[in-house]
Design a protein around this ligand. Structure first.
Ligand code: WT7
Length: 635
């Protein structure tokens, strides 16, 4: 039996039991056998959820890029590490071998050093899905700089907020990006953002679309000439297992985005371990995750997890709809993809189109299918299983979060029997529990409650950048001595988990995590708006869509409501990005409030979901009469 690579259900249970009974022995053995350390740890785990403080592999030294690149050079130098598939299907795919990756990462790392970046500095990366994105991430890790990747769909304001929060010293971007038939002026967005970021000293610009852009003298540099002049070797910085590897922002239910800080050693061990097991990766497989590296899925399961296992990982620049709805399947056939990992929202969109887009292609290479980011509904699950997997490839419905760093609850293919809508069982080392609102743990099955984790795991975020207090308040105060996920879950008779959705004011739209507060702040900036409230409602493709209730300062019959609606969405696009646009906007004269002045979102949610006839007791409201009126005005 190998605890690193689980092959059947019996093994899973054996390994799981050991991971709970002897967590330190369990993770210690895996870390020792499968990774390269420059100095061993003194202690595997030290933890205290009341502070909260968690340390894995205390005292150990390593560099994650040696584990992801250098050590494979003995056995896999000419194997493709990253397989780049461009937006335009007529442009040739670009395989990057482990040897080439080593050279390109070292050169990039030397450029960073030459531009004054050293261990501990923060570097913001705002790039499309081109090889420079993965390479710059690894280059930062090579020299111990902390990368903060911002998804290149975020607006200038959102980018500036993130750059300033982490006081990034450098920005890495490109002249622009391709997105289907469109091009996007990324450098223009960066220039606008940097007007309010004095911390950024230099901007490195990759050439992608060959557009004519503004380059600020003394600040902006084209990347390629610097890379060409750089040394092809770069000694990896010696990092402590607990040194931060990266910051990645996620939305909170209130206020500023949270810069989740991930560690080096624990993150490496857990992302690699879960990659191996959840995708059952074999040496010559080609693995493809369609996420963007701007999200945690891309960090853990395009870059670090696959590369730490010496895998071939595909990086796709484009979109599922370009040049037509068959693009995903064309790529599966072309590169003989063995493991395919995507979001339920993409599956739902693809399932709406004609099956001929699927049937044209040979998908027989597929062995494992995955989903991530939101619950997958039964219909989408069956479509995926029948038409893509041909009932022959297990589907892994993987539940996790930016904060958890790696997959937490998921089937292990060929071991765990799958049931649609169930993420099934916790991975080894993960100890989930369900709590009721009074704070009592629900033992026994079935049970439905708030999903918590009661024991540390190696890749958990260690803090929120610059705000440890908020880290504690958000995750460790709702339930004593437990990490609270913000999700609700059901555990069935057999112990399988189904995630039932967020229980806080975060809404998952097309698999993207959006907080209601920043969206409301953007709406309230409109001069005509007095107050607003945003809730989610079910949507065929996006899973959830956004419904905004907006109170205007003057009801002014004369105002053009459609015009106002597009102005509000324009503001949201500028402040956050197009992903946060509202699907429906209802103008109303009041919002249901509690006596302490809190908006009762539960009621607004029900009305938006067309369940307004079933509101329960509303007599405790300050203004119960408003509810009937809101129901009448529904759009
Ligand atoms: C939230 C985390 C982690 C990768 C991408 C999202 C929801 C995630 C599932 C799933 C049901 C899921 C949860 C979670 N979620 N995966 N398989 N089934 N819900 O990361 O942006 O940090 O969002 O996504 O609500 O809390 P994220």
């Amino acid at each position: 039996m190998s605890q690193y690579h689980i092959k059947n259900l019996e093994e899973y249970f054996q390994v799981y039991r050991k991971s709970v009974r002897e967590p330190e022995a369990f993770w210690g053995e895996i870390a020792e056998e499968h990774f390269q350390w420059k100095k061993p740890w003194e202690k595997v785990l030290d933890w205290d959820f009341t502070k909260p403080e968690v340390q894995w592999f205390q005292g150990a030294k390593l560099n994650i890029t040696e584990n992801c690149i250098d050590r494979h050079l003995h056995t896999r130098a000419d194997k493709t590490a990253i397989l780049f598939e461009p937006n335009n299907p007529d442009e040739a795919a670009q395989p990057i071998t482990y040897r080439q990756l080593h050279e390109r990462v070292c050169q990039f790392a030397n450029v960073l050093k030459e531009k004054g970046i050293s261990k501990g500095d923060r570097v913001c990366i705002y790039l499309p899905m081109i090889p420079e994105l993965a390479i710059s991430v690894l280059a930062c890790a090579r020299i111990g700089a902390i990368h903060s990747v911002v998804f290149a769909g975020f607006s200038a304001t959102a980018l500036a907020t993130r750059v300033n929060d982490a006081s990034c010293k450098m920005m890495i971007t490109s002249d622009g990006s391709y997105r289907g038939a469109k091009t996007i002026d990324l450098k223009g967005i960066v220039d606008e953002a940097l007007e309010s970021c004095s911390c950024v000293e230099n901007v490195l610009v990759a050439k992608r679309i060959n557009s004519d852009i503004y380059m600020k003298k003394g600040r902006d540099y084209w990347l390629q000439p610097l890379l060409d002049a750089a040394h092809k070797n770069c000694t990896p910085e010696v990092m402590d297992a607990e040194d931060p590897l990266f910051i990645l922002y996620t939305s909170g239910s209130t206020g500023q985005p949270k810069g989740m800080v991930h560690s080096t050693g624990g993150y490496m061990v857990y992302s690699a371990y879960t990659f191996k097991n959840i995708f059952q990766y074999q040496e010559n497989d080609v693995y493809w995750c369609t996420a963007d590296i701007g999200w945690i899925t891309g960090h853990s399961y395009i870059v670090y997890g696959p590369l730490a296992n010496g895998a071939t990982t595909v990086m796709f620049e484009g979109v599922p709809t370009y040049p037509d709805w068959g693009r995903f399947w064309q790529i599966v056939e072309k590169h003989k993809i063995n493991q395919f990992y995507t979001a339920p929202t993409a599956i739902r969109a693809l399932a709406k189109e004609n099956l001929s887009h699927v049937e044209k292609y040979d998908l027989s290479s597929l062995k494992v299918l995955g989903t991530v980011g939101e619950p997958i509904n039964e219909e989408a699950w069956h479509w995926y299983n029948d038409n893509i997997g041909k009932k022959n490839s297990p589907i892994v419905d993987t539940w996790w979060q930016t904060e958890t760093g790696g997959i937490m609850i998921s089937p292990i293919p060929f071991a765990t029997p799958t049931i649609p809508t169930f993420a099934t069982l916790p991975l080894p080392g993960i100890q989930p529990c369900l709590m009721n609102e009074q704070g009592t743990e629900l033992d026994g099955n079935p049970a439905h409650g708030r999903l918590c984790i009661k024991f540390p795991w190696p890749s958990m975020a260690r803090t929120i950048w610059g705000n440890h207090r908020r880290y504690k308040d958000t995750y460790f105060t709702a339930f004593e001595n437990k990490y609270f996920t913000g999700d609700g879950a059901l555990r069935d008779q057999t112990g399988y988990y189904r995630i039932t959705g967020r229980v806080d004011d975060v809404i998952i739209v097309s698999g993207h995590n959006l907080g209601t507060a920043p969206i409301e702040d953007a709406i309230n900036e409109h001069p005509a708006v007095a107050e607003s409230a945003v809730v989610g409602f079910p949507h065929d493709i996006k899973g959830n869509a956004l419904y905004g209730y907006v109170i205007l300062k003057e009801t002014g019959e004369g105002r053009d409501h459609d015009n106002l609606r597009s102005e509000i969405n324009q503001l949201i696009t500028e402040r956050i990005g197009p992903i946060a646009k509202l699907n429906k906007i209802q103008f109303t004269s009041g919002l249901p409030k509690t006596r302490s002045g809190k908006i009762m979102r539960r009621i607004l949610r029900k009305i938006a979901c067309d369940e307004g006839d079933n509101l329960g007791d509303i007599s405790t409201l300050l203004n119960p009469e408003i509810v009937e009126q809101i129901k009448k005005e529904v759009v």
